[in-house]
Design a protein around this ligand. Structure first.
Ligand code: GCU
Length: 344
């Protein structure tokens, strides 16, 4: 896999180099006049995000096909999230899908999504994320870093899974658990009593297999799409986070588009989100079945309240340390309350 990644990265470099040479010499054939748009993501080709991105490609090419060709690079072929974000920042590639944890270093408002038990229902989570008017200011918060978010993708609910069963927060004590590469994610896992071990998504399988870590935390698709269920046989439903993925675009590229083109890119992004969401629930059900029946993973229902109690001080601590998250936090609480009242 690593070899393949290297070959792909090399091919991309050679391609980009050749592209810039053509630009310099002015010898542009009709075919190469199309601007290639490269999108990187970390998931497999059957994952809902890949299916959503295929719609993005289809819509762009249907509407602007004389100008653009969209190429999608799955499976971290162009590097893990952090590397791929850097490539998007510099404009070596145009888009990347990455979890919000990876954006914390660029705009600290994104820390809010790393808070344990931030959203109190899936309905509240979806309403907040689908509120494009409110999210606009959040999406533009990375403009200074050279990229902007265009839309979000559902990445489900995250729970802990490991080589050993976790029934209570006490079972996490001393376990080395992989988290995403962000200070807030490290803080969160440590607050649960685990020993947080940040690393990129693509490294997790081997790290669990080799015993470098005891487990990780993610949605159910990680067990099957990324095969983590082969090496970690216990998945505990403590449901500590709903962390969205973001489609991020190079700002110069986006700003170079005409108003009409920009609108088409925005529409394509929204369509890709709708498409992604269509598959999410059914793929989670499928993943559970495959993990349980074919991989021998045991799903454990735990007392979620005990896990909540363990990290009950974390939200306030994060608010005290980072005033930039207060507004979004308050906004989310209002939506949480609305759905809590509806349930009563
Ligand atoms: C999920 C999420 C990814 C993220 C990954 C991770 O798969 O969709 O964006 O990178 O978890 O834990 O790193």
């Amino acid at each position: 896999m690593k070899g393949l990644k290297r070959i792909c990265a090399l091919t991309l470099c050679v391609g980009l180099f050749a592209g810039s040479l053509t630009g310099l010499t002015g010898c542009v054939s009709i075919k190469s006049e199309k601007r290639i748009i490269r999108i990187s993501h970390a998931q497999s080709e059957t994952h809902p995000e890949h299916l959503g991105l295929l719609k993005f490609k289809e819509y762009i090419e249907e509407n602007l096909g004389d100008k653009y060709e969209v190429q999608i690079y799955p499976n971290e072929l162009l590097g893990g999230a952090q590397k791929a974000i850097e490539l998007t920042q510099t404009g070596a590639i145009d888009f990347v899908v990455a979890g919000t944890a990876n954006l914390e270093n660029f705009a600290d408002v994104y820390e809010v999504f790393s808070m344990p038990y931030l959203f109190t229902s899936e309905a509240a989570y979806h309403e907040v994320m689908n509120d494009t008017d409110y999210m606009k200011q959040v999406y533009e918060s990375t403009d200074a870093a050279g990229f902007r978010v265009l839309t979000w993708y559902n990445a489900g609910t995250r729970s802990f899974y490991a080589k050993k069963p976790i029934y209570t927060p006490e079972d996490l004590k001393g376990l080395k658990m992989r988290v995403q590469q962000s200070p807030a994610s490290v803080n969160m896992a440590n607050a649960f009593g685990a020993a947080a071990s940040p690393m990129s998504f693509g490294e997790v399988y081997t790290a669990i297999q080799q015993g470098v870590i005891d487990g990780a935390e993610n949605n159910e698709l990680a067990l099957t799409n990324n095969k983590h269920g082969e090496v970690a046989k216990y998945y505990s439903y403590n449901r500590h986070q709903m962390v969205p993925d973001m489609l991020i675009g190079n700002l110069k590229f986006l700003e170079g588009l005409s108003d009409e083109e920009y609108e088409i890119f925005e529409e394509a992004a929204l369509i890709s989100t709708e498409e992604e969401m269509k598959y999410w629930d059914e793929q989670v059900d499928e993943a559970k079945e495959i993990a349980q029946n074919d991989m021998g993973v045991e799903f454990i229902d735990v007392d979620v309240q005990a896990f909540k109690d363990k990290v009950s001080g974390v939200q306030q601590e994060m608010l005290d340390n980072n005033p930039d998250i207060q507004d979004l936090y308050d906004h989310i609480q209002k939506v949480n309350e609305k759905y809590a009242q509806e349930e009563e």
